[in-house]
Design a protein around this ligand. Sequence first.
Ligand SMILES: [Mg+2]
Length: 172
Amino acid sequence: MKKWVVFLDSGDTLVDETTQEFDERGIVLRARLIPGALELLKALRREGIPVAMVADGQAESFRNVYRGLGLESYFAQRIYSSDVGAEKPSPLMFETALRAMGLTEADKDRIVMMGNHVRKDIAGANRFGITSVLLDWSRRYPTVPETPDETPDYIVHTPLELLRVLSLPREE
Ligand SMILES: [Mg+2]
């Protein structure tokens, strides 16, 4: 079986954006997970699959949210656009994650990116040459592909369905 590495988006992939609470500067103070997100993170940890967060937004927001949820330890690396200076679909975001995870070009065939946004997560992953998985749990952002680049390799409706894509068991 492939030794997968998983890249995960945050907003509406792990965290429910409708639950975000902001301060006066627009920094997210706290937010809640979408159903199944915690179970996914636990399952990936149980299976020994390294996970990187690859997310657009302010590092401070993500630190608040994931520290508040007690989930920072689930990510081997966290790549934020505010640190990188570019947003998805920029290859810089994915390249930064690749290198931070200690991976190379040769590892691309075992990396999967799951996100909710076809123009950012899916087009970015496809152009970078890694497997793309669209999570269409939320319809807040474009989830209908308009170009071949935006067409995901797989579509899932809940976070845990990623395990099926990776051919992993679901049970505890
Ligand atoms: Mg998102």
